[in-house]
Design a protein around this ligand. Structure first.
Ligand code: MV4
Length: 609
């Protein structure tokens, strides 16, 4: 085993990896940016190195700074976690070329081969893994797209060869959209991936998103660890993941798992990875019915990293995937057979994002964890890097923790999750806990008939606002313009019985509440006075980045008139494409960024007047 592992990441995943190291008797090295000096991953590690300023491009993405920290610390391996450099084949290659330092992940060559989607499609087809009907060579001409449309019908997906996640996909609904969408897909491919090549697929209107966890060693052994259903997504951001999928029969599950295993084997893939599939949903399917083995499923792409939601699979299988990543990276052979992998019960992961779901999931712009009291008890796992009193770091993504719940059945898992989310007490910043509680009472989610379009196209936003009202804590609640509400909690005892009393005063001035508390039950910071997510500059609105990422395209020019809801630009972050829209109408006064720029959360993108 390694002696010392550097974890090139932050937050919960850095701590997750270090926990595996700790159990294996391996020393841990953290790297941190200026924004993360007090980060939980720094607290956890045996030693820690500053790798640069808050801006990710100057710290967590700085190849040389990270490799330098590995050398200075004497680490003999680098684990990248997810996001940041995890799927960067160039960085993986540099680590492979560094004497005495091992890359904990797939080979740089296979990362590159699977990163190029037409190549991946060819490889999978050759391995008898079904791919979405379409081309495996780039298309260049409008006429090729039209011919494809005539043969297979519309809609068509035009996808960038270098794309993936939510990036670089255009939908063509009819012949007259072909020219614009082809041009747009090529331009985005060029701007973002330095590769204008695009290919075609038949566009599936209502797929389920099923992904299969793979672990493979350097000796040709590949195991699949079952699937996760990630159909509950919002604008390509997963919010709840679960396993096993509530929609598949065991026969279909086995077919998809076996296909993934075959694909990994054919690609000579090693370490952990995820094979993503689209499964054709039956729109008529009702609660209680399942998709059988005749159902079409298609390979989409491989994620060549440990994923956020690997925890679901760990709970179901009892297999510590991160430990196996480290073991196979030192050439150890997998010590379990495929039929030694048993899935037990049901698991769900809830991403705890510091966002206000009632306000279009706007990320918190700051704040402090005045209260942080996570749930526990049977079947409850918390992956986080937080503790009470921490300031929220807003320079990266908004996910602050993951709650993972395991139970003997999906029904029990839902009840246990409701219990755990009700126990979870966070004050000082908004979170999407109320949204999760809403989903656990939602008919489509509870029936397991929701698809990838459910949140974006079918869920009524008023229900989210109501959930926030019902279950949100002070910092999360309240729509814009609402009067301040001051809340204080007291405990009183009457005739030997305890009563919790909550006093609310509307429109009140903030009372002076002593920070030291003096036995007081109320929060040190009075409620109300929530910060808004958009910054108003004078009469104008400055539209800021909701997360650290890269500008994929700018869809407006200075002087353009925009309406509320119009797309201003597209921000790519953590492999997801996010439309940045105007919350108010106005004239574009300033565009502060260029296509291809890397931006941090909170950076001004566009000013509207
Ligand atoms: C598709 C598709 C339908 N048909 N391809 C979105 C991200 C990218 N990696 C692939 N994606 C999709 N590709 C064809 N031919 C629908 C999606 C899709 C999606 C896929 C997985 C999870 C969520 C999604 C949400 C919207 C669209």
């Amino acid at each position: 085993m390694f002696d010392k592992v550097l974890v090139a990441n932050r937050g919960e995943i850095a701590v997750r990896v270090m926990r595996a190291c700790e159990e294996l008797g391996v020393d841990t090295v953290a790297v941190y940016s200026e924004a993360d000096k007090n980060g939980g991953h720094v607290r956890y590690a045996d030693e820690a190195y500053n790798v640069g300023p808050a801006r990710a491009a100057d710290s967590y993405l700085d190849h040389d700074a990270i490799i330098d920290a590995a050398k200075r610390s004497g680490a003999d391996a680098i684990h990248p976690g997810y996001g940041f450099l995890a799927e960067n084949a160039e960085f993986a290659g540099k680590v492979e070329a560094t004497d005495g330092v091992t890359w904990v992940g797939p080979s740089a060559d296979s990362m590159e081969a699977l990163g190029e989607k037409t190549k991946a499609r060819k490889n999978m087809r050759a391995a008898d893994v079904p791919i979405v009907p379409g081309t495996t060579d780039p298309v260049e001409d409008v006429s090729e797209v039209r011919e494809f449309g005539e043969e297979h019908g519309y809609p068509i997906a035009i996808k960038a060869e270098g794309g993936g996640g939510g990036r670089g996909m255009k939908i063509v609904r009819s012949e007259d959209e072909v020219e614009d969408q082809l041009e747009s897909a090529q331009r985005e491919g060029e701007a973002y991936f330095d590769n204008a090549n695009v290919y075609l697929e038949r566009y599936l209107e209502n797929p389920r998103h099923i992904e299969v966890q793979i672990i493979a060693d350097h000796h040709g052994n590949v195991r699949h660890l079952g699937e996760r259903d990630c159909s509950l997504q919002r604008r390509h951001q997963k919010v709840i993941e679960e396993g096993p999928s509530p929609a598949l029969t065991d026969e279909l599950r086995e077919k998809i798992g076996t296909a993934a295993r075959r694909g990994a084997d054919a690609a000579g893939y090693y370490n952990a990875g995820t094979f993503e599939f689209l499964v054709e949903e039956d729109p008529e399917r009702e609660a209680g019915e399942l998709l059988d083995k005749e159902t079409d499923f298609y390979f989409l792409e491989v994620n060549t990293r440990i994923q956020v939601e690997h925890t679901v699979t760990e709970e179901l299988t009892g297999i510590d995937i991160v430990k196996y990543q480290l073991r196979v990276a030192v050439d150890e052979e997998l010590d379990f057979a495929q039929d030694g992998v048993d899935l037990e019960g049901h698991a769900m992961e809830f991403r705890i994002n510091a966002e206000n779901a009632a306000n279009d999931f706007a990320p918190a712009t700051g704040g402090q964890l005045e209260t942080y009291d996570p749930p526990g008890g049977i079947g409850v796992r918390m992956d986080d890097a937080l503790r009470q009193g921490d300031d929220l770091v807003t320079d990266y993504d908004s996910m602050i923790a993951k709650l993972i719940v395991h139970a003997s059945s999906r029904e029990e898992c839902i009840a246990r999750s409701q219990r755990a989310l009700a126990e979870y007490d966070i004050e000082g910043i908004p979170t999407i806990i109320p949204f999760h509680r809403l989903m656990l009472e939602d008919d489509a989610f509870v029936a397991g008939t929701h698809t990838t379009k459910y949140l974006d196209e079918h869920l009524d936003p008023d229900r989210i606002a109501e959930a926030q009202e019902q279950w949100g804590t002070e910092a999360a609640g309240g729509a814009e313009g609402e009067e301040d509400v001051v809340e204080r909690d007291f405990t009183v005892e009457v005739n030997g019985k305890r009563f919790e009393v909550n006093l609310e005063e509307r429109g009140a001035a903030m009372p002076a509440v002593s920070e030291s508390g003096g036995g007081q039950q109320g929060p040190p910071q009075p409620a109300g006075g929530r910060e808004e997510e958009t910054v108003h500059a004078g009469e104008g609105e400055s539209v800021t980045a909701e997360m650290q990422g890269t500008i994929l395209s700018i869809d407006v020019d200075v002087g353009d008139e925009v309406e509320p809801g119009d797309i201003l630009l597209v921000l790519e972050a953590m492999k997801m494409e996010n439309d940045v829209t105007a919350s108010q109408g106005g004239t574009v006064a300033e565009i502060a960024v260029d296509e291809g720029d890397s931006v941090d959360m909170g950076d001004t993108l566009i000013v509207l007047e």
